[in-house]
Design a protein around this ligand. Sequence first.
Ligand SMILES: Cc1ncc(COP(=O)(O)O)c(C=O)c1O
Length: 398
Amino acid sequence: MASQRHLFLQHCAQTSQEPMGIEVARAEGVKLWDVNGKEYIDLIAGISVNNAGHRHPLIIKAIKEQLDKYSYLMVYGEYLHQPMVDLAKYLSDNLPKTLDSTFFVNSGSEAIEGALKLAKRWTGRSNILAFNNAYHGATHGAMSLGGSYERKQAFAPFLPGVYNVEYNNKESLNKLNDSFAAVVVELVQAESGIYPISQDFLEALKAKCAEHDILIIFDEVQTGIGRTGKRFAFEYFNVVPDILVLAKGLGGGMPIGCFISDKKKMQSFTENPVLGHITTYGGHPICCAAALANLKVLFDGNIIIKVKEKEQLFRAQLKHTKIKALRSFGLMMAVQFESTDINMKVIHACLERGLITDWFLYADDCLRIAPPLTISKGEIKKACQIILRSIDAVYTNS
Ligand SMILES: Cc1ncc(COP(=O)(O)O)c(C=O)c1O
């Protein structure tokens, strides 16, 4: 009989030649168990998704209760259903008052697409500025913004009018003029290996956008929902975007993304043409119920407050002569090694020792740390010991 692994490789579309391929039996909190009973610490949380941990009881409860009432009902925007209204209201209550209208979609890429369309529709302009080494998703528009030509060139041509310039360089902003609809920016560039924006640069960006009436779109798909130690990373910088994009950590493990602006801008989707942006599954009741429970767990509890302390514990533990650099912003971290080869070997050695980690899309010499924010101090120490022992093992065997 064919093994599950064989069936997985044969019938599920693959994204790489070497998928991790862990055959998962169950997950709880910060842990995963495979079908052979091997235990893993999950140091990447499905890539910055399960911020409240796997199967948080309050999220499970909300999903079950909603399932007992109704599941999918109708394309986005037509019916009024409580989980979506409650979630939108909760988001508005936790954001500056200019971010009071939320459009729900199903993923980060889709949310970026919606944000781009809204900026173009509102301003009547077509050019978009994005940054080198940025990652905003894999759909065609989102990929067009991506700042790695090497990764996207096979899929050319791209969305016209998109310009990529150097991040954190004020001279880049000279590109902007009255033909630009929006600037799309991550407050911490994640996939290039954790590079935060500088306050100076962001303020210059804000001033330039104000001068030319250009919208600022913050992509907080990875930085949002507590990962950096604040509810949203923009709270560190005292700059409020015109459009905020969220996904990943929003849904407590369920697929949901959104873009948020003021009511007036968002209203422009309703005319010329009517139904300017639509989606079948956006605002799915089960996903909204899960997201609301997730936000309440994270925002109303004492989880986010402890993120910075946990970051410091990782930093204090991860001392090794073979670590070339350690960059972090809250619980998003990149551990850089001398080469891709060494990094891949360390990742593999960690996996053998029961620790799940990963590399970055544009930084394959860096090991990713983005655990559930609920990770305990004991689990952090254990994870760091495994990383250090794995580094030793790689250098002993090479
Ligand atoms: C900053 C950022 N934006 C957008 C996306 C795209 O999100 P999704 O994979 O849900 O489409 C990602 C995914 O990694 C991301 O990191």
